[in-house]
Design a protein around this ligand. Sequence first.
Ligand SMILES: Cc1cc2ncn([C@H]3O[C@H](COP(=O)(O)O)[C@@H](O)[C@H]3O)c2cc1C
Ligand SMILES: O=C(O)c1cccnc1
Length: 338
Amino acid sequence: MTAPFATLAEFRQRLADAPPPDMRAAEDAGARNAQLTKPPGALGRLEEVAIWYASWRGDPRPRIERPQVVVFAGNHGVTARGVSAFPAEVTAQMVGNFRAGGAAINQLAQAAGARMDVVALDLDRPTADFTEEPAMSEDEVVAALAAGWQAVDPEADLLVAGEMGIGNTTSAAALAAALFGGAGGDWVGRGTGVDDAGLARKAAVVDEGLALHPQAKDDPLEALRRLGGRELAAMAGALAAARAHRIPALLDGFICTAAAAVLEKASPGALDHCLAGHLSAEGAHGRLLQALGKAPLLDLGLRLGEGSGAALAMQVLKGALACHSGMSTFAEAGVSGG
Ligand SMILES: Cc1cc2ncn([C@H]3O[C@H](COP(=O)(O)O)[C@@H](O)[C@H]3O)c2cc1C
Ligand SMILES: O=C(O)c1cccnc1
């Protein structure tokens, strides 16, 4: 299936067309939750999450049976500025590792019972260094958005979009700064583990990018084109497709959240079908989640990316729905109410 857009303007229109949650299903799920064999509220946030999930599936008693993880990979021209602790060739090498089943995300997707797909985006053709010119042309960013959209299985019932791209914490920081304000120093973190000099370099590179691309501050999709990367655009495209198919999604770490934030800024409410899977140890992730009004499900000190934190959070969501849809009511079980 081809993506239903060929320009950024058409992609913008798809965001505007996003379906709302089914409030009738939410109401029915809430009524069911109130009858389950537990003290009211005893399953804490799991209860709220189950009702939220039901609203997006349009089913008051849904189950998670076809979760999907997609890992998108892209290369970044800005790596020439010495912003990562690892060389750019690691991106393609890790794609090989994903395909061979040897990465953390392979294990975590499997543990969550999720199908996992890997989409490598023009790895031989890195984006342009955003301190010199826009990272991508309009055709390139639209192609990456479309690759993300097309990678989503319309039959999936939960989505995680993950990424691999050496240098992409710098790109994500630049994007976050363009979307939410502040300087490079407010948004950069250590990524793969840069030292203090590397961190200062990252902040300076982001500041240079912001100075070269003032238009990025006025238009989130233009920010994505100028400062982002192919895998960031693909994650945004995948999350937008999930919304169109009414597939709930879990956000991963700093990079995934920065890409997702483009959608929310372009069309407020565009991330209502997404929960924050976890809080990354990458410095500014907490601030980014706060700006989006999202509270993470997990906080385990992960700073990996690949979709790893969100894939773990899939298991929390599966637990929530197993309880919500599988438990007996007080009447069914013959248990006395309070
Ligand atoms: C072996 C390896 C596996 C990874 N898996 C995810 N990342 C993570 O690190 C990169 C971002 O950090 P930076 O901006 O510092 O380059 C991304 O590719 C991200 O997914 C990895 C990085 C490495 C080295
Ligand atoms: O939070 C993330 O997504 C992250 C942090 C560090 C390195 N790679 C990814």
